[in-house]
Design a protein around this ligand. Structure first.
Ligand SMILES: [Ca+2]
Length: 287
């Protein structure tokens, strides 16, 4: 009888301790999600300070050599800037020259400003580097540097694409199996394609202007062990003709949508396949 009672008591206690454990985990996850929600305000994702590997020794010539780069903590836009977001800026502009390019011949992109109401969640396109930069300043932010862009896309395990190293239909590219053939997709349409840090559309949809001037030998220069080598928070060459774009787009094959691929255009060009996302430096906090 006593033995039976002891066993029964033990079995009764076990569910209670399990309930307590799950209650603790539940409360803890509530706290965590509150923290995550606070950090995700304005859809900016915090990329922690640290070193990552930039460039590739096995892909295009201007991606060589692979080299380590240290970046301070920063925020980067979870999504490409949308038509609806850009429209708020556009309404403030008196300069008609800042009107995004119209694409009447591409009805799935359309003319501005009707485009903003028709496709509010599509990434803004038809804007120059100067337009993108002006919007970022208006928002109290800036464009990501080329290094910041690559770290946010690549993570710390050197992924070829934001989701990993295998070719998957997880991005809006020039492919027949992504669901958006020959057209732009609303931002965030490919959650499986998010980067290690949770950043969306770092492969495909629209190319993204970065802050840096382009130079095909910049990595070579920056990998020299000379004192001038910008191992920390590199901001690109001092001068140039083209601005760097990253990530590939809806008109590109997936090879051009890799985390390391470097593209460049004149900064005043406005096309149907180029947009941008925001960045800002994270405030340093003391523990
Ligand atoms: Ca993109």
């Amino acid at each position: 009888m006593n033995t039976f009672y002891r066993n029964r008591k033990r079995n009764q206690n076990r569910p209670l301790s399990i309930i307590a454990r799950y209650l603790f985990i539940f409360l803890w996850s509530l706290t965590l999600s509150a923290v995550v929600l606070a950090a995700a305000a304005d859809d900016m994702i915090l990329i922690p300070a640290g070193t990552f590997t930039m460039g590739s020794d096995t892909r295009a010539a201007d991606e060589k050599p692979m080299h380590k780069v240290y970046l301070d903590a920063y925020y980067i836009g979870k999504y490409e800037v949308t038509n609806a977001e850009y429209y708020e800026f556009w309404k403030q502009q008196s300069d008609a020259a800042r009107t995004p390019e119209n694409f009447s011949h591409l009805p799935q992109i359309g003319d501005w400003p009707a485009r903003a109401a028709q496709f509010p969640n599509h990434p803004i396109v038809g804007i120059s580097w100067h337009d993108a930069n002006a919007y970022a300043v208006w928002k109290g932010m800036r464009l990501p540097t080329e290094a910041e862009w690559e770290k946010a896309a690549r993570g710390y395990t050197n992924r070829i694409w934001p989701w990993g190293n295998a070719i998957e239909p997880y991005a809006n590219t020039d492919a027949d199996d992504d669901g958006y053939q020959h057209r732009i997709a609303p931002v965030g349409s490919f959650p499986k394609g998010k980067s290690y840090y949770g950043v969306m559309d770092m492969a495909g949809n629209v190319w993204e202007w970065t802050a840096d001037w382009y130079s095909d030998v910049y990595y070579g220069y920056s990998s020299q062990a000379a004192a001038k080598r910008p191992k920390k928070n590199p901001t690109g060459p001092d001068v140039g003709s083209w601005r760097v774009l990253r990530g590939g787009s809806w008109i590109d094959k997936i090879a051009r949508c890799s985390t390391t691929f470097r593209f460049y255009l004149y900064p005043n060009l406005k096309t149907s396949f180029v947009g941008f996302r925001l960045a800002k430096t994270a405030q340093k906090t003391t523990k």
